[in-house]
Design a protein around this ligand. Structure first.
Ligand SMILES: [Zn+2]
Ligand SMILES: [Zn+2]
Ligand SMILES: [Zn+2]
Length: 270
């Protein structure tokens, strides 16, 4: 499969509004970060012989979170289809692009299934009440989505999705594992019960906000420690603030660990 980083920035994006720091003013495109999201192409290998199962082929593009920047991200990476959406949690930077899903409804002529934990499902119903309000006029003005609650591992097409409970400050949220790949954004602690779920992960994406400690995100030293314990062959940090410049941070990270950047594409063998 193939993973594209649509956004690798923290909630305010990078550059942030009204900042003249070196990273916000950097000419390196890897220092420009939209709000955090990835697109997973479950059939990354286009030369693959089509599966015998039409159900398996029906789900190909899985979006993780609908970031505030979804429209810009879809245009930048020519995203034309979204077959399913996984939500990590309901903070604004991860959900506020949900209205842009209307375009995919139009292109695909179908509702899009969404998957989240119970709290995020309830938050989405409240934040986007117009989607679920019976009285909202239905003339193409609202996203067509189906909210499914994640209660354990489940399948999307040919892929097995394993929810990985993580702590985001005091709030439990979800990371996701698919095969040898895991995506853990907005993480400040990995609970004891979730470490076994990460056994054998070879490509890891992990939250690393900044150098200094933070109450709801791993700092770089904390993320390095967690990455070492998971032991993936390659680890990419995401949800990055303007305090970390791409080039100078990557230069001092351990071997096999680097900062992700918007537009980075990972090819993953399962
Ligand atoms: Zn976030
Ligand atoms: Zn700045
Ligand atoms: Zn968050």
């Amino acid at each position: 499969m193939r993973v594209t980083f649509l956004g690798t920035g923290t909630s305010g994006g990078v550059p942030i509004i009204g900042c003249d720091c070196a990273v916000c003013r950097s000419a390196d495109p890897r220092d420009r970060r939209l709000r955090p999201s990835i697109l997973i192409d479950l059939e990354g290998d286009r030369n693959r012989v089509p599966s015998a199962s039409p159900i398996a082929d029906a789900v190909r593009f899985v979006l993780v979170d609908t970031s505030t920047d979804l429209r810009a991200q879809a245009l930048a990476h020519d995203v034309r289809r979204v077959d399913a959406i996984l939500f990590t949690h309901s903070h604004a930077d991860h959900v506020l692009g949900l209205d842009d899903v209307r375009r995919f409804n139009r292109l695909q002529k179908e509702a899009i299934p969404c998957y989240s934990d119970a709290r995020t499902r309830a938050d989405l119903r409240r934040t986007f009440s117009y989607i679920f309000d019976e009285d909202t006029p239905k003339a193409g003005g609202i996203p067509k989505i189906v909210l499914n609650e994640i209660i354990g591992p489940f399948s999307l097409g040919a892929a097995d999705i394993i929810p990985v409970p993580i702590m985001h400050g005091s709030r439990p949220i979800l990371g996701f594992r698919i095969g040898s790949f895991a995506y853990l954004t907005d993480c400040s602690t990995i609970p004891d019960s979730s470490w076994p779920l990460l056994h054998g992960v070879r490509t890891l994406v992990l939250d690393a906000l900044r150098e200094r400690p933070h109450s709801t995100h791993f700092s770089v030293p904390e993320a390095i420690k967690a990455a070492a314990r998971i032991g993936a062959e390659r680890t990419y940090f995401t949800h990055i603030s303007h305090e970390l410049g791409h080039a100078e941070t990557c230069a001092r990270l351990p071997r096999g660990v680097e900062l992700a950047y918007d537009g980075l594409v990972l090819e993953i063998e399962n």
